[in-house]
Design a protein around this ligand. Sequence first.
Ligand SMILES: [Cu+2]
Length: 289
Amino acid sequence: VPGDHNGFLGDKFLVNGKIQPYFEVKRRKYRFRLLNGSNARFYMIFLADSRRRTQRFDVIGTDGGLLARTLRDFDRLLLANAERRDIVIDFSRYAEGTELYLEDRMDQDNGRGPGGDFDDPVLDPRDAKRLLKFIVRGNVPSDPSRVPDVLRPFEAITADEIRRARRRTFEFERRRGAWAINGEFVDIDRPAFTVPVNTPEVWTFKNGGGGWWHPVHVHLEFMHILTRNGRPPPPIERDGIAKLDVITLGPNDKVEVFFKFRDYPGKWVFHCHNIEHEDAFMMLRFDVA
Ligand SMILES: [Cu+2]
């Protein structure tokens, strides 16, 4: 129900304000920017044909804009609350009249988060929820566009900078029927700590357990993800390839993130982007000085 502290799921799916709409496409490439605008629902986006056979697409961007390089032939895409992903679908592969669907195959039936773990919370294709239908209709004279291998390269943070960084740990957990970070509810009038401008910081975001999922959203500066559970993260969130402003903490996850707040001294926050968790105090103010 709305107001449920766990997070509201709803039972209808809207794309650009319409319930499960269709979109006519020509036989050429399209770039789409996907944004998860749901309260508490995580999506596992698939592209499938009308017989529910999985199709592939390329990923070129995230919250932080273009990736350093194209990640090709994805068959699925985790889309946490407030996350953005840019994908390219090549409809020239399909015959006139073909119908395709963007669909959600995430196994999730309550605000706690998806079932299973971060690596495999996926439903059988027969249980997918269709979000958007594409109908392939019409040719273009030619589509000379190519998705290049190299997009917008940037250097990964060096080991030296990581060594010099100030370290902080933030644990996200349930507390007294609401949501806390390091045992505290948000106090927007006082900063939990102050970061000097332009100095290296490594923050560890930890899920305190209980099977909850928390999409953590940081304001002001993009995150460079160093490790997920002690290992290099998947390419789509790895420093040197992607910059993010939302990072998903699945059950018991621990994610290490590098920051350097380059400018804009002032008052900032990070918070869980499950809207009900955020509203029930899972937010922290930090200042940049
Ligand atoms: Cu949360």
